[in-house]
Design a protein around this ligand. Sequence first.
Ligand SMILES: Cc1cc2nc3c(=O)[nH]c(=O)nc-3n(C[C@H](O)[C@H](O)[C@H](O)COP(=O)(O)O)c2cc1C
Length: 143
Amino acid sequence: MGLERLVYESTATGSTNSLGNLAVILAESHRNNARDGLSGALAAHADRYIQAIEGPRAALDALLRRLEDDPRHRDLRLLDRFTTDHRMFEGWTMANARVTPALERLLDTMMARDVPSPSWILMALREAVATAPDIECRRRQAG
Ligand SMILES: Cc1cc2nc3c(=O)[nH]c(=O)nc-3n(C[C@H](O)[C@H](O)[C@H](O)COP(=O)(O)O)c2cc1C
């Protein structure tokens, strides 16, 4: 009930190539999102973050406020937000969407356009999560 999904992009203030930066963000996300009933996927590429998050409306609102105050990125741009009756990232407290060369090309293409298509981004993130070979990229919510 009251399930929503959003997708946003932002500009990283630190390096998105740093595994350390990403690992810290993912660890915080796993901890909080398990508590808040949120699931989703995060991709870091070319100094940009692209993230899909889904769950109860109030939990999404609270997370958006924290994200807007987070100095590790800036210029957060909400690309889409809508109600839904199902989760695309069921069980993933926050999947690390591996940026394969194919996803990289897709993201580059989309980001060069004025209005990136949120549904493309969601599909690309879902695909990257589904095909991620590294168990660390596929850390699932316990239970
Ligand atoms: C790109 C990016 C993605 C993030 N994703 C999440 C997330 O999915 N869930 C979350 O709780 N925090 C996320 N954070 C961290 C939040 O901005 C914030 O620092 C954190 O929720 C505060 O947690 P705390 O109250 O436990 O200190 C993200 C931060 C960045 C920069």
